[in-house]
Design a protein around this ligand. Structure first.
Ligand code: ZN
Length: 132
């Protein structure tokens, strides 16, 4: 298991961690296999989406915040239920196939840490599994 730390700076944001994940894969000298990327938090998620136009990330966050706003009838004492809900909608992990030692992502795909209750210090845990 490999762990990286990511500092978020906004309440909600999507941070591209593709290069950090690829760096871990490079260190494994793996040819073919799979890399799992997991976030051990309940108010942040991991997803794969467009890495070209930053407007996509902005639109995703705007819409998620509209779909799941903070509600006065939420009862969670910490007051961040919207962040918990968004984290579950996005999910806590992705698995990416490896081809010749590289993340086999589509041309326009990047791996994103999705912060919903920042700014905070987050961890991302990763594991590489070799296929024979
Ligand atoms: Zn909470």
């Amino acid at each position: 298991m490999y762990k990286i730390k990511v500092s978020t700076t906004l309440q909600t944001e999507m941070i591209d961690i593709t290069a950090q994940v690829q760096k871990l894969v490079d260190g494994q000298k793996t040819g073919e296999g799979i890399c799992t990327v997991f976030i051990p938090h309940t108010t942040a998620g991991i997803t794969i989406n467009e890495n070209a136009d930053p407007a996509v990330r902005r639109d995703m966050l705007v819409e998620l915040n509209k779909v799941v706003p903070e509600r006065e009838y939420f009862t969670h004492i910490e007051g961040n239920s919207a962040a918990h809900i968004k984290a579950s909608l996005i999910g806590s992990s992705v698995s990416v196939p490896l081809e010749k030692g590289k993340l086999a992502l589509g041309t326009w795909q990047g791996i994103y840490l999705c912060e919903f209750d920042g700014p905070r210090s987050r961890e991302v845990w990763m594991q590489v599994i070799n296929s024979i």
